[in-house]
Design a protein around this ligand. Structure first.
Ligand SMILES: *Cc1c(COP(=O)(O)O)cnc(C)c1O
Length: 391
């Protein structure tokens, strides 16, 4: 399977914009659901923050996933896209009262609670509304992941989760609070993780905690292991669909489950990353003193990841490919925003490029459109879908 760009259709659309290959998304969802279903008790929630485009959300909901939300706005977006409330989980270190009330009013499946303070507020608000809130505790497992420091979340120094040493005391508190029902444990160690050993170490940590709890007669019904499975940004066309089988097999082999326990996964990037590309146009080839700059009409306001995490996105010059241009040049590829960090790549080899060429920044389906801003009074990028062009 390859990500396909219908240049004839794309070349007349004003740039920059996001283009989503829905065949890629559908294939990804199909394989994801098939591999998860191979293990009894595994279910997958989509992490809405990766891409909340309504048409993408609808497609994912149709495939039968639940939704993992980190704000009231995401809960509303998920409900609007047709996700059932009993398939929605709500995470985040700082939930506002209105967000908690929105979640309670809609009877979502579960709150992933990150502190004792938050637990007490949820209990109070639930009591006032005559509701019972189901909660999982997000535990900080002190498992580092081999990924960028800005996207690790499971270490002691990160702001996320409850310390392992406090686990029993918060569970006991939850059991005493009248409007709280404790149902499980939640973990999430980071993002763009490609080494299965990181997930294995999380499993071993969970096994250890489960033994500790079981000794006190506590057996949680749900174990939510979070998301974080990475994608191939270096060579997306070679790995369009992530290795879901290897990922789920790792958990199936390493997690020791108790009878009837359900395992929940919250994948974002691995679901939508490869189906989206940011399409932009070359404005100028600027010949500098030591460098040749390829200046695009897309910038960090459209795709923030390179500026935020030094992330690299593979680029394709779609026009050069069409014309079978053979010569290559080295470019610094930059955007038009008034920030020195508005750089997509330095010293990359691309086919010899000209003004008006269409450039695709691949693997932009996750944390791309969702992070777009109007800084510099720019317009938000539009989005187009492969199925819009198939008639
Ligand atoms: C961001 C996030 C995810 C999804 O992460 P991916 O790396 O996109 O899979 C899952 N769970 C929680 C709690 C998150 O914050």
């Amino acid at each position: 399977m390859k990500i396909d760009f219908p240049l004839d259709c794309l070349k007349d659309i004003p740039t920059p914009f996001y283009y989503y290959d829905i065949d890629v998304l559908d294939q990804t969802l199909h394989q994801l659901q098939r591999e998860a279903a191979a293990h009894a008790g595994f279910s997958v929630h989509y992490a809405v923050k990766a891409n909340a485009n309504p048409r993408i959300l609808q497609r994912i909901r149709q495939a039968g996933l639940g939704a993992d939300c980190v704000s009231g706005g995401e809960i509303e977006a998920a409900l609007q896209a047709g996700f059932k409330a009993d398939g929605i989980v709500f995470a985040g270190v700082g939930k506002s009262d209105w967000e908690i009330e929105l979640a309670l009013r809609n009877d979502i499946f579960c709150f992933n609670v990150e502190s004792r303070e938050e637990l007490e507020v949820i209990n109070l608000l639930a009591e006032q509304m005559g509701k019972t809130a189901q909660v999982c505790f997000r535990i900080n497992p002190e498992v580092g992941a081999h990924t960028h420091e800005k996207i690790t979340t499971g270490k002691a120094e990160n702001k996320f989760g409850i310390a392992m040493t406090d686990l029993e005391s918060v569970i006991h508190l939850a059991m005493c609070l009248p409007s709280i029902r404790f149902i499980g444990l939640h973990f999430h160690i980071g993002s763009q993780i490609l080494e299965m050993d990181d997930f294995k170490r999380l499993c071993f940590r969970i096994n250890h905690l489960q033994d500790r709890l079981e000794a006190q007669g506590i057996v949680p019904q749900h174990i939510n292991v979070g998301g974080g499975l990475g994608i191939d940004y270096e060579d997306p066309q070679a790995h369009v669909v992530p290795s879901f089988k290897v990922y789920f097999d790792t958990y199936a082999q390493c997690l020791r489950l108790r009878e009837g326990q359900q395992v929940h996964f919250e994948l974002g990037r691995a679901v939508v990353g490869q189906c989206g590309a940011l399409i932009s146009r070359v404005l100028y080839i600027k010949v500098g003193v030591e460098k040749r700059f390829l200046i695009l009409d897309a910038g960090m306001t459209d795709l923030l990841r390179p500026a935020l995490y030094h992330a690299r996105h593979r680029m394709e010059n779609l026009s050069a490919r069409e014309e079978a241009r053979s010569g290559e040049e080295e470019y610094d590829v930059v955007g038009p925003i008034c920030e020195s960090s508005d750089v997509f790549a330095q010293s990359v080899l691309l086919p010899e490029s000209h003004r008006s060429d269409l450039i695709a920044l691949l693997s932009s389906g996750a944390y791309g459109e969702a992070m777009a801003s109007q800084y510099n009074c720019r317009r938000l990028p539009a989005s187009y879908f492969s199925f819009d062009f198939q008639h």
